[in-house]
Design a protein around this ligand. Structure first.
Ligand code: MN
Length: 193
């Protein structure tokens, strides 16, 4: 069977500071995500999931296999959508056009997306996805949920589990979410669509 591996970061551990500290990256990527990878490898050994692509496991599994597979897929998308902070970081290309057409402006979109992240109770993720008709959709997913379970194409995500921000922002989840817009790599987001 194939073993899942920790996805490498496309930037240095301190590249996202001060928005996300290298300590947070160290725990979040090096400990939390690594644990999901280790757990999934142990859980699928000798099962029908052993040679299945990750997205298919997420769509078909439940319980512990789903929780770990979902969290790997979620974090792989999360960690590969960032770059060093830019004060006036704006979307580009197709995603910029679609955001303006559907939400009126980037500011209006940011407000709705950030609010969905701030108001998600407990642990989970807020997602921007595209549906089969190319329309953008914002969804809240609890725990390890991913929009592929609803047949959507995930484009952008904010992790609202406390481990994503507690070292840097403690209980101030809205401040963390507001700061994340500075580090979104919109070229990476467009490349997913
Ligand atoms: Mn996380």
């Amino acid at each position: 069977m194939k073993k899942y591996e920790l996805i490498p970061l496309p930037y240095a551990m301190d590249a996202l500071e001060p928005v996300v500290s290298k300590e947070t990256i160290g725990f979040h990527h090096g400990k939390h995500l690594q644990a999901y990878v280790n757990n999934l490898n142990a859980a699928i050994e000798g099962t029908a999931y052993a040679d299945m692509p990750l997205e298919e496991i997420v769509k078909k599994s439940e319980g512990g296999v789903f929780n770990n597979a979902g969290q790997i897929l979620n974090h792989n998308l999360y960690f590969t959508q960032f770059r060093a902070p830019k004060a006036d970081n704006q979307p580009t290309g197709r995603i910029a056009e679609a955001i303006n057409a559907q939400f009126g402006s980037f500011e209006a979109f940011k407000e709705e997306f950030t609010k969905k992240g701030a108001t998600l109770f407990g642990s989970g993720w807020v997602w921007l996805s595209a549906d089969a008709e190319g329309k953008l959709v914002i969804t809240q997913e609890t725990n390890a949920g991913n929009p592929v379970q609803r047949g959507l194409k995930p484009l952008l995500t904010f992790d609202v589990w406390e481990h994503a921000y507690y070292l840097d922002y403690q209980n101030r989840r809205p401040d963390h979410l507001a700061a994340l817009w500075q580090i979104i790599d919109w070229d990476a987001v467009n490349a997913r669509w």
